[in-house]
Design a protein around this ligand. Structure first.
Ligand SMILES: NC(=O)C1=CN([C@@H]2O[C@H](COP(=O)(O)OP(=O)(O)OC[C@H]3O[C@@H](n4cnc5c(N)ncnc54)[C@H](O)[C@@H]3O)[C@@H](O)[C@H]2O)C=CC1
Ligand SMILES: CC(=O)C(=O)O
Ligand SMILES: [Mg+2]
Length: 380
């Protein structure tokens, strides 16, 4: 298969879909890989490293989109990238379609098969291609929050850990999955007073044991969200209903009653955000203020530490890239239900139920969208 890797074009996005090490794995299996010139240069993967791994360097993204059988990216394609996709082509990247009707429309119109990293599943109810970036974003969320609590950044001037004689700041983490757990761990490490809310009792039990009393693990309800948010210096939004738009858990009214100079970090912004006042921001201009509360809503937080993130992401995506390249999309998803869960758009049809629901579009079960011959093979 001819695999194409264009340079990422979102604001301050230096990650890349394949490292030279992952290119080598693919070329050793007989695949061809084309990489846009300077695609990994921002994080120390220069063109020579890709050539040494067996890739060919291509001058323009247009040539990559025009020739590759599979496009491997990191962030969701931007509108002019979507328009270059074509029928029969395979796109493998983050999509976050529930919050992005325009992208969903363009991808459906392209006729391409689009597999979203964030809805690929695993055998233990996890999201293995979201998890590494959630680990990064969870850890970063506390760094971002701590920074913006500083007076010169517009914050109230609080130090997360306090000092002897002065109480630590209060951190509220809403959602105790991968992002929330990593955020709580970092906040504990910095000495903050941490409360974590989740709606899953098994998850709360597990975290209560793991944090051994160092984090208050509380059931998430409108009441608990309100009472802890009003006391908080930093709130981190880390909820997810896979594939779906994030529920709005902090209302505008509640935000208006929070402490002046407090900070909210909405990590769930890529699924539309879990605070009513959240609007996606960029690394270049990451924050804005609503009613005295600083909002940090960067939709590609891991891009800030792009070298670590690229390696963590490609460690997880490579086995799936190999499966897709070796078998082609139809056979790969037909033989792996976890990859099938990643199929969001197939030849114009929306094949992820949560996305279809969020965007009020017709849903076709992914297995039913595949060609008859593949369906027959799946049934036997
Ligand atoms: N902004 C960025 O750069 C990045 C954003 N993300 C996003 O962060 C979000 C969280 O991701 P993960 O931690 O990997 O998801 P996860 O699935 O591991 O955890 C989500 C948690 O939210 C909980 N939850 C659901 N509804 C809730 C509610 N009403 N109240 C409290 N908890 C609730 C679930 O029980 C689950 O424990 C996702 O939207 C993900 O796409 C992830 C990486 C980077
Ligand atoms: C998950 C995601 O949106 C990111 O890594 O940018
Ligand atoms: Mg600003």
């Amino acid at each position: 298969m001819l695999i194409g890797v264009p340079k990422e074009i979102k604001n301050h996005e230096y990650r890349i879909g394949l490292t030279p090490a992952s290119v080598r794995e693919l070329t050793e299996r007989g695949h061809q890989v084309i990489v846009e010139t300077q695609g990994g240069a921002g994080i120390g993967f220069d063109d020579e490293a890709y050539v040494a791994a067996g890739a060919k360097i291509i001058e323009t993204p247009e040539e990559i989109f025009a020739t590759a059988d599979m496009i491997v990216k990191v962030k969701e394609p931007q509108p002019h990238e979507c328009r270059q996709l074509r029928e029969g082509q395979l796109l493998f990247t983050y999509l976050h379609l529930a919050a992005d009707p325009e992208q969903a429309k363009l991808l459906a119109e392209s006729g391409a098969s689009c597999v979203a990293y964030e809805t690929v599943t695993d055998a233990v109810n996890g999201l293995p291609l979201l998890a590494p970036m959630s680990e990064v974003a969870g850890r970063l969320s506390v760094q971002a929050g701590a920074y913006h609590l500083q007076k010169a950044q517009g914050g109230m001037g609080a130090l997360l850990g306090g000092v002897p004689g002065v109480a630590p700041a209060k951190v509220l983490v809403i959602g105790g999955g991968v992002v929330g757990t990593q955020a709580a761990m970092m906040a504990v490490g910095l000495g903050a007073e941490v409360t974590l809310l989740d709606r899953s009792l098994p998850r709360l039990r597990q975290l209560d044991t793991e944090f051994a009393g160092r984090v208050k693990c509380v059931y998430s309800s409108s009441e608990s969200i309100e009472s802890y948010a009003l006391e908080a210096d930093l709130v981190i939004g880390a909820v997810l209903i896979p594939g779906a738009a994030a529920p709005k858990l902090l209302t505008r009214d509640l935000i208006s009653r929070m402490k002046q100079g407090s900070v909210v970090v909405d990590v769930a912004i890529d699924q539309g955000g879990c605070f009513e006042t959240s609007v996606a921001t960029t690394h270049q201009d990451p924050t804005y203020v609503v009613d005295g509360v600083i909002h940090y809503c960067v939709a590609n937080m891991p891009g800030a530490v792009a070298r670590t993130s690229t390696m963590a992401l490609t460690n997880a995506t490579l086995p799936f890239v190999i499966a897709l390249a070796d078998q082609g999309v139809e056979k790969a998803v037909a033989t792996n239900p976890h990859l099938l869960a990643g199929l969001n758009i197939y030849q114009g049809k929306v094949t992820c139920e949560a996305v279809a629901q969020a965007l009020n579009l017709d849903y076709v079960h992914p297995a039913a969208a595949l060609p008859q011959t593949v369906q027959a093979a799946m049934a036997s």
